[in-house]
Design a binder for this molecule. Structure first.
Ligand SMILES: *Cc1c(COP(=O)(O)O)cnc(C)c1O
Length: 394
């Protein structure tokens, strides 16, 4: 048999087409070849635009970042490999040894661990205060406080932070205010409009919306702060995969439809389960019995979001029975999927807390959080009614 002709490894050129693809191309290339050392110099010195190496940036990340920038009223935001990578970028890009960071006292579990374990190892002081109470936040500031990190709506208690008050406090004291907007999304609130300096997202959740990528996003009001965070992220290797960015962009096109439908479902589900026997309480920001109802109405423009938390009577026997009876709902510790998911904070997101601390937050064994999806509402109500009744009779 004749040998095939020898060639250098060179990719065949992309086929020419006089029509254009309507979908964003996926570009997985790690490296980009330049025409000459002069051309590469121009790129590195900012005289010419271009990609060099995917850890430093790639087109699929930039397309996705620009889309989220548009939604948040931001510019220069960028994508990271996870929501926690975005939290890391904000923290390590802006803080140094000797600084203090004040966090809301109900942050996402891993953000809590960052405050408790990782930052102190680097000589960064941390503490927590209640973000629904601006006086408590003010009292917790120290002379070396450099950053405040809050979430607008807490998981799973759905308490609404005094974003406007905290933003004024941060501005007065020259402190960076970072807002993790994962839960509320720009459809609920745009933190930059209220004075935030940094906005963080776990794109994994509602924005991408299909539970098939982990990604994060961070943007800063001040381009210098943005550049610091980006530099840190590229060095630490926090940057994302092109395919994940491509999938998330695809998910983002239906974000507004998904969000509006899920929110409408959440409001209806909250009202449907509140009167059921065996239900102790239901938390939803747009219900008048919610502790932060008035603030939610103003800050969230009347939007309650896609999460509903409820508590049933009884113990583990009842919670096991509820999950088993809700056979068409995934019992999974995440949120923001297109389908409804159910989580049990005491055994998942809040299992690291002591039972006393959980009790203080009102997160006993009977508490569930529903991340409401886009299903027909009558089916959702039927499923939860059946499950709550099974728990009551267990
Ligand atoms: C999930 C989540 C994160 C972390 O995001 P990952 O993509 O899982 O790393 C951060 N903040 C909030 C509010 C979240 O819900």
């Amino acid at each position: 048999m004749a040998d095939t002709p020898k060639t250098l490894v060179r990719r065949t050129p992309w086929p020419v087409s006089s029509s254009r693809a309507v979908v964003t191309p996926l570009q997985p290339s790690v490296v980009y070849a330049s025409a000459s050392p002069d051309a590469l110099d121009d790129q590195y010195e900012g005289r010419a635009q271009g990609y060099t190496y995917a850890r430093e940036g790639h087109p699929n990340a930039d397309v996705l970042a620009q889309k989220i920038d548009g939604m948040e009223g931001a510019s220069g935001g960028f994508i990271l490999g996870s929501g926690m990578a975005a939290v890391t970028a904000a923290m390590l890009g802006c803080l140094k040894s000797g600084d203090h960071v004040l966090g809301g006292d109900q942050l996402y579990g891993r953000s809590m661990r960052m405050m408790a374990n990782e930052l102190p190892r680097l000589g960064i002081e941390t503490s927590l205060a209640d973000p629904t109470d601006v006086a408590a936040m003010a009292a917790a500031l120290r002379p070396n406080t450099r950053m405040i990190l809050i979430e607008v709506v807490s998981n799973p208690t759905l308490r609404v932070a005094d974003l406007t008050g905290i933003a004024a406090l941060a501005r007065d004291r020259g402190i960076l205010l970072a807002v993790d907007n994962t839960f509320t999304t720009p459809r609920g609130v745009r933190p930059f409009d209220h004075g935030a300096d940094i906005v963080i997202h776990s794109v994994t959740k509602l924005l991408a919306g299909h539970s098939d990528v982990t990604l994060g996003y961070v943007a800063a009001r001040d381009p210098e702060v943005g550049a610091e965070m980006l530099g840190t992220s590229v060095t630490l290797g926090l940057t994302p995969s092109p395919f994940d960015c491509w999938l998330a962009e695809r998910g983002l096109y239906s974000f507004e439809l998904r969000y509006d439908r899920a929110e409408e479902n959440a409001a209806a589900l909250a009202d449907a389960i509140a009167p059921l026997p065996g239900v102790k309480r239901v938390l939803y920001p747009m219900r008048s019995d919610h502790p932060d109802h008035n603030r939610a109405v103003h800050l969230l423009n009347g939007r309650g979001g896609a999460m509903v938390t409820f508590e049933i009577e009884g113990g583990r026997t009842q919670t096991n029975a509820l999950v088993q009876a809700a056979e068409n709902i995934a019992f999974a510790p995440t949120l923001g999927d297109i389908g409804t998911t159910l989580s049990h904070p005491a055994t998942s997101s809040h299992r690291a807390l002591s039972p006393e601390r959980r009790a203080a937050l009102g997160l006993g064994e009977g508490v569930f959080r529903v991340s409401v999806g886009v299903e027909p509402i009558d089916l959702l109500i039927e499923e939860f009614t059946k499950a709550i009744s099974a728990a009551k009779h267990a």
